[in-house]
Design a protein around this ligand. Structure first.
Ligand code: CAO
Length: 424
């Protein structure tokens, strides 16, 4: 049967009017026997007072800053425990110890047996904190010496330990887990400058944003620029486009690019690869799945076209139309976006002359394509009008060096300039 019990300050030796420096519980809390309730501190040592019973706290009778002696009521506890448990009291030195060679002194330089309870080995550290806080810090793996104490005499409180952990978790991490120590972004109240409206980011924006941020800060990016002469390719594409329009297949430059990139990946296998988790090995892929960045009303999605090496340009154009429509209709499955070896991001349908795409890790390179444009190209002693396609290859410099990247774009440009090479 549960009954209301008074929990009293136990025998603390001859000390009277001892400071309550920390209260760990509050009314309404359910506690177990031996949970720490309060920490008392004399000028010699701090000690935790544990609960002799388990139960629910009905009322607190003291608060931090009060002074208590043996027999003072700490709280009222509703408990059905018949007998109290033993009352071990853990002790810690009050102040950081100064080195003391004398064996006559207890651990941490505190006079031994200052209180009639045993000090444990774990209390002999330099930080100023109660035994319960030391245990709490130990459970979280926190080195108390690194925590700045906000309590009286610089004592470390539970809040200090929690804030230390929160701050550590909030630190940006790089791929190796070390903090990047980036300066904090200022918090600006834009409303002070004019009218504003707050719109939450979409789920896709939040997800892709986190991945883009990770890739941007953890991969050493370099972007190689080039131009491909697609005058002949474009003439052929237009011809094909008319033929396949009746079948509802739209043949855009991207279908040719998929095929040409596949050919370049086979020629330069290091681009069709990923670093393993330890960053020690390159995993070379014998398949060729290529992701395509698709702009949707909710944000960027990257569905993957499978086995590009086994498909023709018309088939790729058909699948590209289908998969980008599915992306825009939010009908892509997680599997549709997995397994890519390389990504193409084409802004050619929109415009622009160049951009630097972010690598879609764990891939090691991405091709950005901008809008083709007629340009005067100097050939055989004269300027001739040629349709030039701007290419931007961002690559992971841990895996690919600049010369390889230039070879890759030159090779890709040669194929696009004469797509008969795809048949070789
Ligand atoms: N140069 C000139 N014209 C181009 C071109 C290029 N590089 N690429 C495409 N075009 C033309 C097409 O031929 C088509 O012309 P017509 O309508 O006259 O036939 C028009 O531009 C529109 O093409 P499209 O966008 O419908 O088709 P696509 O195959 O080029 O692209 C897709 C498909 C899904 C990639 C595209 O719609 C898209 O979403 N692009 C945005 C990708 C993106 O946001 N990337 C950025 C990622 S980083 O934030």
């Amino acid at each position: 049967m549960a009954e209301l019990k008074k929990i009293l300050v136990p025998d603390i030796g001859n000390f009277k009017g001892v400071n309550v420096i920390e209260v760990f519980v509050k009314a309404g809390d359910t506690i177990r026997a031996e949970d720490a309730l309060i920490t008392l501190e004399t000028d010699k040592a701090a000690m935790d007072v544990p609960s002799p019973y388990s139960g629910v706290i009905k009322e607190m009778k003291i608060k931090a800053g009060d002074k208590v002696s043996q027999g003072s009521v700490i709280l009222l506890l509703e408990s059905s425990d018949a007998a109290p448990t033993m009352q071990p009291v853990a002790v810690a030195p009050v102040l950081p110890p100064s080195p003391q060679p004398s064996s006559a002194r207890g651990e941490g330089g505190t006079p031994a047996q200052a209180l009639p309870v045993p000090a444990t080995a774990s209390t002999a550290t330099k930080a100023h904190a109660s035994p319960a806080i030391r245990r709490f810090a130990r459970e979280l793996g926190v080195d108390l010496a690194q925590v700045r104490g906000s309590g009286e005499k610089g004592r470390v409180t539970k809040d200090d330990v929690q804030n230390f952990v929160k701050a550590a978790l909030a630190q940006p991490r790089d791929a190796t887990g070390s903090g990047l120590r980036i300066a904090e972004m200022p918090v600006v109240d834009f409303a002070q400058f004019g009218v504003v409206e707050t719109r939450p980011l979409s789920r896709i924006q939040k997800l892709s944003g986190a991945n883009l941020h990770r890739n941007w800060v953890s991969i050493p990016h370099v972007t190689q620029f080039d131009e491909a002469d697609i005058t002949e390719m474009e003439a052929f594409r237009k011809q094909l486009g008319e033929e396949y329009a009746q079948q509802g297949i739209k043949i855009t430059p991207l279908a040719f690019l998929l095929k040409a990139v596949m050919e370049a990946l086979q020629h330069f296998p290091d681009f069709n690869a990923s670093l393993d988790a330890g960053g020690e090995n390159l995993i070379l892929k014998k398949y060729c799945h290529i992701g395509v960045a698709v702009d949707t009303p909710d944000g960027l999605m990257v569905p993957v076209l499978r086995d590009v090496d086994c498909k023709g340009i018309v088939q790729l154009a058909k699948e590209l139309g289908e998969i980008s429509a599915r992306a825009r209709d939010k009908k892509l499955s997680a599997a549709d976006m997995q397994g890519g070896c390389f990504t193409i991001s084409s802004l050619g349908g929109i415009g622009g002359t160049a951009f630097t795409p972010i690598i879609n890790a764990p891939e090691v390179a991405i091709l950005g394509v901008s809008r083709s444009c007629m340009k005067p190209v100097y050939r055989n002693g004269e300027f001739v009008p040629r349709l030039m396609l701007p290419l931007a290859l961002s690559y992971d410099h841990r895996v690919i060096d600049g010369a390889s990247a230039a070879h890759f774009t030159v090779y890709l440009s040669q194929i696009l300039a004469d797509i008969r090479r795809l048949a070789l």
